[in-house]
Design a protein around this ligand. Structure first.
Ligand SMILES: Cc1cc2nc3c(=O)[nH]c(=O)nc-3n(C[C@H](O)[C@H](O)[C@H](O)COP(=O)(O)OP(=O)(O)OC[C@H]3O[C@@H](n4cnc5c(N)ncnc54)[C@H](O)[C@@H]3O)c2cc1C
Length: 386
């Protein structure tokens, strides 16, 4: 990154997405969530406008841009009150992995639908027993003639009900013990033996999380993405985009919370002036703003490094950005509730729900503790603690 301002093109992209998302907004998003409905019209509209697949190569229906572009889209949507978790998953994680490791035929099959929003792809790595320690996953892929058979269980998988396919991370049967060699499969959600059950969550979002059960799911050979001996490198391809997107998602949510709080602080008067004239209200808002801007800058740095091909440098920056963004989002949501007083707890003002949503950004897709482990070990050279 040679400059501290984004290109004019990126700024225009942000404006266009903000305008589009402004037609929907946070009240609409919350209403959809509470009614058990989906945000399909928004999803398809961002797809139709070319924003959903903006990071995917043009020959497969994308915009040929970078992760910085799709992160900007994700952030502006969240800022407008429409945080779409599936943007992190479908175009950024799945889209990146398939673009890099898929065959031409696989790219033709899956990427156009990811780009225009008509065929969303979920991503499943987390397992109930392995948790953060993904080296311990036990979902197993067994060779069966020309194809494969998958068995296992995944948890907290976002958007399975909205997805046609799930990119599932498994381990090859002969690697059941020893170091895991992840193998990646695109599994149709209507495959025999595939079952998904929603997990009741406290997040106010139309996007749901699921337990996924894979019971003798038979897949053709061409469901395998990449090399069956490819190892961790294939999986790691999706990690930097995932973290950069999660940061954008969190900073967007934080901007949304802060925007609501600032507007309220300018309006609400209970003593002489508006409550924003009291430093006890103004300073936390200013502090949240500073934290958000720092997190955004680190997110943009991570994206710029990644898009310039510096995966290693991007790794450290993406972890730091994700940490900073999660902390900024939690603080901004908390400040927004406090600024609103009793109104901060009502459904009508739409800020209390942000507390849980913001809290999620400290846990998923990678927890703050694991980021601190990474920084302690890789940035500071401290011994591995786990
Ligand atoms: C809303 C939501 C959506 C999600 N969507 C997806 C999805 O689409 N696909 C998917 O695959 N997964 C998804 N996840 C799962 C998510 O990635 C995991 O929840 C996350 O990685 C943490 O794993 P865990 O919940 O098993 O926590 P655990 O691994 O049980 O960890 C519990 C706590 O212990 C801490 N901890 C664990 N090990 C260490 C250590 N060595 N040092 C310090 N602290 C440690 C953790 O940081 C955490 O605070 C989602 C989760 C949520 C909440």
């Amino acid at each position: 990154m040679n400059t501290f301002t984004e290109s004019e093109e990126r700024q225009e992209l942000r404006k266009a997405v903000a305008k589009l998302a402004g037609k929907y907004g946070g009240d609409w998003f919350a209403q959809k969530a509470r009614a058990g409905e989906k945000t399909t019209e928004l999803w398809l509209e961002i797809g139709k406008n070319g924003y959903l697949g903006i990071n995917i190569p043009e020959e497969y229906g994308g915009g040929g841009g970078g992760i910085g572009d799709i992160a900007a889209v994700c952030e502006e949507l969240a800022t407008a009150g429409c945080p779409l978790l599936l943007m992190v998953v479908s175009p950024a994680i799945c889209g990146t992995i398939i673009s890099k490791y898929g065959t031409d035929e696989q790219k033709q099959r899956w990427l156009p639908g990811i780009c225009d929003g008509t065929s969303t792809m979920a991503f499943a790595i987390t397992e109930p027993d392995a948790g953060t320690n993904t080296h311990n996953i036990t979902t197993t892929a067994r060779k069966d003639g020309d194809g494969w058979v998958l068995n296992g269980r995944k948890i907290y998988i976002s958007g399975v009900d909205e997805a046609d396919n799930v990119l599932v991370v498994a381990r090859a049967e002969d690697a059941r013990t020893g170091k895991v060699k992840p193998v990646l499969f695109v599994v149709p959600t209507d495959a025999a033996g595939f079952e998904a059950q929603p997990i009741p969550m406290e997040i106010v979002s139309p996007e749901l999380q699921f337990s996924v059960f894979l019971d003798d799911v038979r897949l053709p050979a061409d469901a395998l993405v990449g090399d069956e001996d490819g190892g961790l490198a294939q999986l790691f391809t999706g990690l930097n985009p995932e973290r950069i997107m999660a940061s954008a998602f969190a900073t967007g949510m934080a901007r949304h919370a802060l925007g609501k709080a600032t507007a309220y602080a300018k309006e609400r008067t209970v003593f002489k002036g508006p409550i924003g004239s009291h430093q006890a209200i103004a300073h936390p808002l200013a502090q949240a703003h500073i934290e958000i801007e720092m997190a955004r800058l680190m997110t943009q740095k991570a994206a710029a490094l990644y898009d310039a091909g510096d995966e290693f440098g991007a790794g450290e920056a993406a972890n730091m950005a994700k940490y900073a963004a999660g902390e900024a989002a939690c603080h901004a949501a908390d400040v927004a509730v406090q600024t609103h007083g009793g109104n901060g707890i009502t459904q009508e003002y739409g800020v209390a729900g942000l507390l849980v949503a913001a809290r999620t950004t400290r846990i998923a897709p990678v927890s703050r503790e694991m980021i601190l482990n990474f920084v302690a070990m890789h940035s500071l050279g401290l011994p591995k603690s786990y």
